[in-house]
Design a protein around this ligand. Structure first.
Ligand code: BGC
Length: 768
């Protein structure tokens, strides 16, 4: 959309021709879903839309960010909770690709997703939109999704940066997190997506991080995101997350969304005019928006269409692959599709599916399947009866009568398939859950059903985990279907009747009780602060460190076949480790296995989790087939964040490699020695020159400084290896600065100390 008569100019040159007011206008949305355009200056608008599991295209007059108003029909893929349980990055990439095609067909340039926040507590109302309790799994899947989307020319918006792990107080609560935990748990998924997939935009969170709003946090948006990770795209606010437009611009927030009815631009102009905000900060952000707008225009494909039927099939594939068979005693599943059996389908969710979550991600599906219809179709010889069993979000309904009717159906059936789950009001964007129980009328119904017919299968529909410990012993088979998108009905029938083999693996631990969960005592905080006092010990890291029993561990999931692991080999090289294992399908059906590689450093100096997921691979094997599966672990992923050194360090220690089918089902183990990075305590003014030289950040800094000293001292500078040099190495840095013959000032020393300290800091000092 560049003016053809104008020679191509850089975004900076374009911005230089704008007035101050125009620049301020460019960095704030012109409406709910689009940016400001200046066609005469060759700056088109950018159209953005939610995300993440489908396109929620609204027009500006009926726009909202809470899922209230309708949107154009689009494929409703299963949300991230389900996609994550596939552990299949290629599938995530294909979903990204399909989402891009739908976006292009509707003229959308940026799709607002993926959400890679960590599931710190099962109570987070928005967990259905996030992938996992594990940063590696979240980051790998998020990266693949973004690559799939952007390869088609639609930009992603990885969100919500950062530490948006609860909905309670989400607009302002301060997530107070120590630096190591931030670095190792809450930032790595963002880091991976940013560095490996280069998303067009990053969306900042609503909340504060260590006291500073994410939307105006220079440490987060500039020091880490741009300085350390090299990000050069646009940082966009979550909708309405900007508190002070001038401070946000200064911190590196380029684009305020949606329109703030002129308030944001007016504040920016006033701040520049008063000297509070350097105009260069506004120019930088405006240039990034220009670059985004040009990229969006270049990739637009007016008139593009998408294949709705193919996307429905893809949604079905994800729903099938992401469902987790939690339990299958006596191989009750799969059911025989050819048998002339009486099947009682009980539960409103079989007829009225719970297939996505509430809030801004809500999609208006192109089609919607229900499991009841699909079951009837899948088992033509069966006699299927249905009873709703319980009310859903209807407090005045007669639960007792519904239960009576369901029991009559159960009594006379050969097998009961009971659809339980969370009513929509139990989980949503905007508020958190109060507990992790199924509604009482459902567990009461379940107990009554299994008392009259023990041949029962439970199919669950829920976005956040539910606690099975109170009822699961009474039922032989449980299929966790999560929120299964618009094609969940046929996916469920395929799994129940064995046309598909369950392959989902848990992306989050299912605890025995809420009180066992890592953040239980520090949730949801008070007086505007939530302290992440469990530190690194989130999800399985917590249960394993305390050696606690759980209902189902991270990574768990059964199949209709079985897999054997053999012949573990680890080949180290300078860049990491190749972990190879031979996996055999020892059963009678084809199936997917997810090979999970966990790493531990038991003798390490720093406190480390018992084991951490460092790689995984999904493989599909025919009965009897064996394949070597190789999982690459980058050396960087072996590191921990050392707060004293202010940097990532690989420890010089034996590392244990655990390969298994879940975090608690380790099949093979081996140990490899790893050459660590040089370690040094964080030096201060009183540390010796030797300690300074060994430090990863301080070393290069002091070497540069000593070079200057050497230049000015000439021959008087101690010779390499001389006793004088060794004496100097043993001197405190501040002592050296005190010597009249050494041209090193106390200010120089102070500067060095600051360099090391800010590398180690959380930005708390810099930002508050
Ligand atoms: C949500 C974002 C969403 C935005 C636009 C916000 O309330 O937190 O995830 O992309 O609205 O709808």
């Amino acid at each position: 959309m560049n003016n053809p008569n104008r020679p191509a100019e850089t975004p900076g040159e374009t911005v230089a021709r704008l007035t101050l007011a125009e620049k301020a206008g460019l960095t704030t949305g012109a409406g709910w879903w689009h940016t400001t355009a200046y066609p005469d200056a060759g700056i088109p608008e950018v159209r953005l839309s939610d995300g993440p599991h489908g396109l929620r295209l609204q027009n500006d007059t009926r726009a909202d960010h809470l899922g209230i108003n309708g949107s154009a029909p689009a494929t409703c893929f299963p949300p991230a909770v389900t996609l994550a349980c596939t552990w299949d990055s290629d599938l995530a990439r294909r979903v990204g690709d399909a989402l891009a095609r739908e976006s292009l067909a509707h003229g959308v340039h940026v799709l607002l997703g993926p959400g890679v926040n960590i599931k710190r507590s099962p109570l987070c109302g928005r967990n259905f939109e996030y992938f996992s309790e594990d940063p590696l799994l979240s980051g790998v899947l998020g990266t693949a999704w973004v690559k799939g989307l952007q390869a088609q020319g639609v930009g992603a918006s990885v969100k919500h940066f950062a530490a948006n792990n609860q909905e309670t107080g989400r607009m302002s609560v301060s997530a107070d997190i120590d630096v190591r935990t931030l670095r190792e748990i809450y930032l790595p998924a963002f880091h991976r997506v940013v560095t490996e997939a280069e998303p067009w935009t990053v969306m900042c969170a609503y909340n504060r991080v260590n006291g500073v709003h994410a939307s105006q946090n220079p440490w987060l948006l500039t020091d880490v995101l741009r300085g350390e990770w090299g990000y050069d795209g646009v940082v966009v606010s979550d909708w309405g997350a900007v508190v002070d437009r001038a401070r946000a611009l200064a911190a590196g927030l380029d684009l305020e969304m949606p329109s703030s009815s002129g308030a944001g631009p007016a504040r920016a102009v006033a701040a520049v005019e008063s000297g509070e905000l350097p105009e260069e900060a506004l120019d930088r952000s405006a240039a990034r928006v220009v670059a985004l707008a040009r990229k969006a225009a270049e990739h637009a494909r007016p008139g593009a269409a998408f294949d709705a039927a193919a996307h429905h099939e893809l949604a079905r594939e994800v729903a099938t692959r992401g469902a987790v068979l939690l339990k299958n005693d006596g191989a009750l599943l799969p059911l025989d599709p050819a048998a002339a059996q009486r099947i009682a389908v009980i539960g409103e969710f079989a007829r009225t599916p719970r297939y996505q979550g509430e809030g801004s991600s809500r999609v208006n599906p192109t089609r919607l399947e229900d499991a009841l219809t699909s079951i009837v179709e899948a088992a033509p010889a069966a006699h299927v009866t249905f009873a709703p069993g319980f009310p859903v979000d209807a407090p005045d309904a007669d639960a007792a009568a519904l239960q009576e009717e369901a029991l009559r159906a159960a009594e006379s059936a050969d097998v009961v398939v009971l659809f339980l789950g969370l009513p929509p009001s139990f989980e949503s964007e905007g508020y958190d859950r109060e507990h992790i129980e199924l509604p009482e009328e459902q567990t009461r119904l379940l107990a009554a059903v299994v008392a009259v017919n023990a041949n029962a299968v439970v199919v669950l529909s829920n976005g956040g985990v539910v606690r099975p410990a109170g009822w699961i012993d009474g039922v032989p088979a449980v299929l966790e279907g999560w929120l299964s998108g618009q094609a969940g009905g046929s996916a469920t029938a395929d799994l129940l009747f064995g046309r598909a083999n369950p392959s989902g693996r848990l992306a989050e631990t299912i605890p025995l009780r809420l009180a066992d969960t890592p953040a239980y005592l520090a949730w949801p905080g008070e007086n505007g602060h939530v302290t992440y006092s469990e530190g690194l010990f989130v999800g399985y890291r917590h249960y394993d460190a305390r050696d606690m029993a759980v209902s189902f561990p991270f990574g768990h999931g059964l199949s209709y076949t079985t897999f054997a692991y053999a012949d573990l080999r680890v080949v180290p090289d300078a860049g990491g480790l190749d972990v190879t294992v031979a996996v055999t399908n020892t059963g009678e059906r084809s199936g997917h296995e997810v090979v999970q590689v966990y790493v531990a450093a038991p003798g390490a100096r720093a406190r480390r989790p018992v084991r951490e997921l460092k790689g995984f691979a999904t493989v599909c094997l025919a009965p009897g087939e064996t394949q070597d599966v190789t999982v690459r672990i980058a050396r960087a992923d072996l590191a921990y964040f050392d707060t004293a050194a202010g940097t990532w360090l690989v420890e010089d220690a034996d590392h244990r490699i655990d390969v298994g089918a879940s975090s608690r089902d380790i099949r093979l183990t081996t140990t490899v020695p790893v050459d660590g990075d040089a370690y040094a305590d964080q030096p201060d003014a009183d540390s010796t020159v030797e300690v300074w030289l060994a430090h990863p950040v301080g070393g290069p800094a002091i070497t540069a400084l000593l070079g200057r000293v050497q230049k000015s001292m000439g021959d008087a500078y101690p010779q390499e290896g001389s006793s004088r040099q060794r004496m100097v190495a043993n001197m405190r840095l501040s002592q050296l600065a005190g010597l009249p013959i050494v041209p090193l000032s106390f200010d120089d020393v102070q500067e060095l100390v600051e360099t090391v300290r800010s590398a180690a800091g959380t930005g708390r000092e810099a930002t508050s």
